[in-house]
Design a protein around this ligand. Structure first.
Ligand code: NDP
Ligand code: OXD
Length: 312
């Protein structure tokens, strides 16, 4: 029997996704009718979804077996009251590789003080800036999920001590893992660079607030590719202004695109990147979608199913 998959992840993405999805379905031996329009919502078995989709009312999709999100983050769909079917998020090898590159690149930029050399190329031979070794520079990884663990492993391979923090206790080889509120304070107190790879939930809002920033060693660095609301923006600017925090690299914001008048753009101690830390790549992610459809049809548990009560 033919399976119907409705691509509701945005008209702009349809050209890039059609071919990889069809190829992945064929590779998985699935007979799928893939459509970007759903004249009869009751005939749809799976919805392929992205945040910001024009599709917000899922209630007509009465026979839909799952919503398959092509993003890792689900904060813009998880609370949708019409979501009555399972929701799966994206865990994709290319997404993880992209995030590893982004995080490693920005950690090394801070660690080696690359900015000082670029800005200080003025004909004066200054030899005073010898960086510590990576093994002398603890990095905190807030969030030890698919992306946090991949980044932690890459940083460990470079020699950085990694301090990990998660909601429930985790055991990640080589990482000093902590959980809970006390665990956060202990983690931050020892870190020189903090990376936030947490989902946006009620519990993680403003996790980096004035108190958290004050817990850090003076002159620490922050890299946030997680979500904007993890950070209290005013507290962050205050910490940067006093030098408590030396610099922040921010990829995600409460409002995206970041408005031109937002103080982060002009702040000398902030680097803004336009939500480009990691992108879902259709050729690898289509296989994850196909595998979840195969599982749905075989009555097997879905991969990466979101716990809607937990919010991620
Ligand atoms: P996962 O769901 O795999 O991991 C989330 C981690 O955060 C888990 O370790 C989880 O703890 C931890 N966590 C959740 N809530 C809390 C809490 N209240 N206190 C402490 N720890 C908590 O997510 P991913 O690693 O796949 O992705 C993380 C986030 O990265 C996404 O939600 C998205 O927001 C962002 N992202 C950003 C991209 C970009 O381009 N900027 C691209 C892709 C993702 P536990 O292990 O106990 O469950
Ligand atoms: C994601 C993202 O959640 O790109 O996948 O932010």
């Amino acid at each position: 029997m033919t399976i119907t998959a409705h691509f509701a992840a945005g008209a702009d993405r349809w050209p890039d996704w059609q071919e990889p999805l069809r190829a992945a379905f064929a590779e998985a031996g699935l007979d799928v009718t893939l459509t970007d329009s759903a004249p009869d919502p009751t005939a749809v078995d799976y919805i392929i979804y992205a945040p910001g989709s024009p599709l917000q009312d899922l209630s007509p999709f009465t026979n839909c077996k799952a919503v398959l999100n092509i993003w890792a983050g689900v904060e813009r769909i998880v609370g949708n009251p019409t979501l009555r079917m399972p929701l799966c998020r994206m865990v994709d090898p290319s997404l993880s590789e992209g995030m590893v590159d982004y995080v490693t690149g920005h950690v090394l930029r801070y660690h080696l003080d690359i900015d000082a050399h670029i800005a200080g190329q003025d004909g004066v031979w200054r030899h005073e800036r010898v960086p510590p070794l990576a093994r002398e520079r603890p990095v905190a990884m807030l969030g030890l999920g698919a992306l946090g663990q991949a980044c932690a492993r890459a940083l460990l391979a470079h020699g950085f001590p990694v301090l990990g923090w998660s909601r429930t206790p985790r055991d990640v080889a080589g990482v000093e893992c902590r959980a809970g509120a006390d665990g956060l304070t202990e983690t931050l107190a020892r870190a020189q660079i903090v990376v936030t790879l947490l989902p946006q939930t009620q519990e993680t809002q403003n996790i980096i607030d004035a108190r958290a920033l004050a817990t850090l060693a003076r002159g620490a660095y922050l890299i946030n590719p997680g979500r904007g609301p993890l950070i209290d923006d005013d507290a962050l600017i205050a910490a940067l202004d006093t030098g408590q925090l030396a610099h922040a690299t921010l990829d995600v914001f409460r409002e995206e695109p970041l408005p031109p008048e937002h103080p982060f753009w002009a702040h000398p101690r902030v680097t803004v990147t336009p939500h480009i830390a990691a992108e879902t790549r259709p050729h690898t992610a289509a296989r994850v979608i196909a595998e979840n459809i195969r599982r749905g049809e075989a009555g097997e548990p879905f991969l990466n199913q979101v716990d809607t009560d937990r919010g991620y």
